[in-house]
Design a protein around this ligand. Structure first.
Ligand SMILES: Nc1nc2c(c(=O)[nH]1)N[C@H]1C(S)=C(S)[C@@H](COP(=O)(O)O)O[C@H]1N2
Ligand SMILES: [Mo]
Length: 361
């Protein structure tokens, strides 16, 4: 079905156009992580960000089945999946649209500032175990994952579907997760089963997973070929979005003004701290700016959690005045955060976070 009354392609906000009620409705459903929650190694589930394109589907765990169409068709109940070998992986997940609302012109969609991120401990069956049981189709180039949620996007009615190349599907740490932080998944995070692809932007981690298919040609579904691509113009084929670009965020220091969120700190030493991550090359360092120059922060080791954010800290000697604090991550490949990330869909905008601070005695 194609329903022409819905906007297609995605719209850019006009010069000076504020956030609309439609964007607000999306933002109220899909909340971000309060930045003070950067304090936790593992984000409490209720503070992890959310992104749900359509409605949270109503799935019954008693009758739930995952269907895998390999060289034969095999179904798995939740009990059968729980009886298989399991793994737990700590993963920082970030929405590819994080940073969108700061772009000019603004692509009209879920208006994230910088808060669409969270870190969870996901427990489940390594995907390759399930694929192997169903028989890996030798002609397959990709694996397609289908969620139980259904909706219309830019005129196209669809189930939420994404694919992964075979090599990513076979990685030891790619999971079919049934637990988040040691408890069954919450409805909003994909209960009872979701895909987790460490290092990839959020759109790859298909929630409410009910079906897996092998395909002999690259998958052309909406969320693969139309959405989640970097383009400058609507007609372009664009570049697929895969792994998370480096980013560092700061716990806003001091205390906030309710309306503006401007921070207030007292003069003297103020420890700035936060987290940094990359789904691409490992991090090399984190840099902080309290004015003109960038200064190296202390970046903690990953403590064996390769796919999770790392804590950083920097001691700032605050003097009375007004400041815009910034922080940026740098990878071992020399990739860092730039302000120059505009694209039509508003994806992967990792421009450095700016935190307004006044220091008063
Ligand atoms: N079935 C399904 N899976 C989905 C989505 C969705 O709308 N439907 N949203 C995706 C997107 S865009 C993101 S960023 C992550 C968010 O996961 P979370 O809500 O658990 O943080 O889920 C992904 N998986
Ligand atoms: Mo997302």
């Amino acid at each position: 079905m194609t329903t022409q009354e819905f906007s297609q392609p995605g719209r850019l906000a006009q010069d000076g156009e504020g956030i609309s009620l439609e964007e607000l409705a999306l933002a109220a459903r899909n909340h971000g992580m309060p930045l003070e929650a950067l304090r936790y190694d593992v984000t409490p589930a209720g503070l992890h960000y959310l992104l749900i394109h359509y409605d949270i589907p109503d799935l019954n765990p008693e009758t739930f089945q995952l269907t895998v169409n390999g060289t034969s068709t095999v179904t798995f109940t939740l009990d059968e999946l729980r009886a298989m070998p399991s793994a737990t992986v700590r993963v920082t997940m970030e929405c590819a649209g994080n940073g969108r609302a700061r772009l000019l012109p603004r692509p009209v969609s879920q208006p994230w500032l910088v808060e669409a991120v969270g870190t969870a401990e996901w427990t489940g069956v390594p995907l390759h175990e399930v694929l192997t049981r169903a028989g890996i189709d030798p002609a397959a180039v990709e694996v397609v994952f289908t969620g139980a949620d259904h909706g219309i996007e830019r005129g196209v009615e669809q189930d939420y579907q994404r694919s992964l190349p075979m090599a990513e599907a076979m990685r030891a740490e790619t999971l079919l997760a049934y637990q988040m932080n040691g408890l069954p998944l919450l409805p909003q995070h994909g209960f009872p089963l979701r895909l987790v692809v460490p290092g990839w932007y959020g759109m790859a981690h298909v929630k409410w997973l009910t079906r897996i298919d092998f395909v002999a040609e690259p998958f052309q579904g909406f969320q693969q070929a139309t959405a989640y691509r970097i383009r400058q113009e609507p007609g372009e084929q664009g570049e697929a979005i895969t792994r998370i670009a480096p980013r560092a965020l700061m716990v806003p220091p001091g205390f906030p003004d309710f309306m503006t969120r401007t921070r207030v700190v007292r003069p003297g030493p103020v420890e700035l701290t936060g987290r940094a991550w990359s789904g691409r090359a490992p991090l090399e360092g984190v840099e902080v700016s309290t004015g003109q120059d960038w200064h190296a922060a202390i970046l903690e080791a990953d403590a064996g959690h390769q796919w999770a954010w790392r804590r950083w800290r920097y001691m700032w000697n605050a003097e009375p005045g007004e400041y815009t604090l910034k922080v940026r991550a740098v990878t071992q490949d020399g990739e860092t955060q730039t302000d120059d990330t505009w694209n039509r869909g508003g994806f992967t905008n990792n421009a450095p976070q700016e935190v307004r601070v006044v220091c008063v005695a």
